[in-house]
Design a protein around this ligand. Structure first.
Ligand SMILES: Nc1ncnc2c1ncn2[C@@H]1O[C@H](COP(=O)(O)OP(=O)(O)O)[C@@H](O)[C@H]1O
Ligand SMILES: N[C@@H](CC(=O)OP(=O)(O)O)C(=O)O
Length: 467
């Protein structure tokens, strides 16, 4: 079989785990052709983001401190993971070159005061640049040939939308398939850095947080993989985040459409575009645990064979958002009001996560990420306040809670069950929407009410008994 196997940061963050991953891949490669996709080790992308924040605040010493934290963590991992001395020495030397470049990059960014999306993408790509060398060397150490490749080196070509790029899929397919076929001919396992590509000018781009999942499906479709596996620290997709609901259950099968909804609403932090490349190619995906490789995990396909009957399959949550209530008497009955609001937000590059309009048309409420809130409010204020908008009311730190499941379609009484359970737990709900596909029902609560709301709904829909 041709497999693309993606390891999240949580799977490759200790020497023991990296060695287990390398040994597992060594065994699997005896009967399969495998492309490995790796994220950065846990916490590394967060540290790189903090470096960019420190540079913005002109705090160079903090940025350098974080860079040496990343350096030390990777050198330590290299020393603990790689047993063969010559391989370990080679890896440490390679890391030294990366760290010299990282420090030079920080110097340059500080000197020029330049923290643009393009330089940030270059900075963020260091996480995967380091992890692929570590994992690939661990595979070599286990006795199997392997080569590390960045997203750019494997041939992922994207547009120039830094921070949220999209692949130019035809060019990517040509380049990736050629690179991978050549590597397979040499009986070597390619270890590709997820999350990262390069535009047509060769500038490094990223897909946005969680983007390694997306890299895996892009590569999977390019090389006509038989299956794509996402390996993580959980058994698969669960009925809720197991960190919030202790008795959350594994979902054995879900459809692409359900998985897309789950990703959009935060389940397992999967990149929302991950399933897009699979919709036409129909490649099955498995979401599995790297720590218990015997478990099959969750199978995601176009049409699951053993459709679970429950109306609701998952309660997911996305925290740290801002809610903007946009009001104005002149919005009532004025055609084009919504178009102007959304055009303004689109121009500012804001992704709107939820929308609802009051039936009287005098207010439109939207939810955006906390990190986009400032930009959203200032662009609405500059372009529309005093014209079609009279007032903007902003609430920070809210969470979206979503119920997901195709069985909800046409099922009577879901909403009353939801809000009965929520009311019983004294949680205040500030906004409700249901997608027209009836695949999800979503509402907004305070961040601090997230756990109570998720547990109440998991209980009310008896998701611990899902079959
Ligand atoms: N519905 C869900 N099913 C499984 N995991 C979930 C769900 N919702 C949230 N999670 C969380 O997602 C985490 C894994 O996501 P992430 O850290 O991005 O993994 P990785 O590093 O492997 O990409 C799990 O530890 C789990 O707590
Ligand atoms: N390293 C990137 C890409 C990624 O997908 O990470 P993970 O698979 O560990 O969520 C990030 O943290 O966003």
């Amino acid at each position: 079989m041709r497999l693309v196997i993606k390891y999240g940061g949580t799977s490759i963050s200790s020497a023991k785990d990296i060695r287990a991953v390398a040994n597992h891949l060594n065994t699997l490669s005896k009967k399969n052709e495998i492309v490995v996709v790796c994220s950065a080790t846990s916490g590394t992308t967060d540290d790189l983001i903090e470096i960019s924040e420190s540079i913005k605040k002109e705090n160079k010493s903090k940025a350098e401190q974080l860079a040496s934290k990343i350096t030390n963590r990777h050198k330590q991992l290299a020393k603990q993971t790689i047993k063969k001395l010559d391989l370990r020495k080679k890896l440490l030397k390679n890391f030294d070159e990366d760290f010299t470049e990282l420090i030079a990059l920080i110097d340059g960014m500080v000197l020029l005061g330049e923290v643009t999306p393009r330089t940030m993408d270059y900075l963020f790509s260091f996480g995967e640049r380091l992890s692929i060398k570590l994992v690939s060397m661990a595979i070599n150490d286990s006795g199997k040939k392997s080569i590390p490749l960045t997203g750019k080196e494997v041939g992922i070509v994207t547009d120039s939308n830094f921070g949220e790029s999209k692949p130019l899929i035809d060019t990517t397919r040509l380049r990736v398939s050629k690179t991978v076929d050549n590597i397979f001919l040499k009986k070597t396992i390619p270890v590709v850095g997820g999350f990262v590509g390069a535009d047509q000018h060769g500038h490094v781009t990223t897909f946005g947080r969680g983007g390694s999942d997306y890299s895996a499906t892009i590569i999977g479709t390019c090389i006509k993989a038989d299956e794509i596996w996402l390996m993580s620290d959980v058994d698969g997709l669960m009925t809720a985040d197991p960190k919030i609901v202790k008795n959350a259950k594994l979902l054995k099968e879900v459809s692409y459409i359900e998985a897309i909804e789950m990703a959009l609403f935060g389940a397992k932090q999967i990149h929302p575009r991950t399933f897009e490349p699979l919709l036409s190619k129909k490649i099955p995906m498995k979401i599995r645990s790297s720590f218990s490789v015997k478990n099959e995990g969750t199978l995601v396909t176009a049409s699951p064979s053993s459709a679970v009957k429950n109306t609701v399959k998952c309660v997911s949550n996305v925290q740290n958002n801002g809610l903007i209530d946009i009001r104005g008497g002149s919005m009532v009955g004025t055609p084009g009001t919504a178009a102007k609001i959304f055009a303004t937000l689109a121009k500012a590059g804001i992704n709107v996560m939820m929308i609802s309009q009051n039936p009287s048309e005098s207010s439109i409420t939207i939810v955006v990420k906390n990190t986009d809130l400032d930009k959203a409010v200032s662009s609405l204020e500059m372009e529309l306040l005093g014209k079609i908008i009279k007032k903007l009311e902003v609430t920070t730190n809210v969470a979206i809670i979503a119920l997901i499941g195709s069985g909800m379609r046409g099922t009577v009484g879901v909403a009353s069950k939801v809000f009965g359970a929520i009311e019983k737990n004294k949680v205040n709900v500030s906004m409700i929407t249901q997608g027209s596909s009836e695949l999800n029902l979503a509402f907004v609560v305070k961040n601090s009410d997230t756990n109570a709301a998720v547990r109440a709904l998991h209980n009310a829909f008896e998701l611990d008994k899902i079959n």
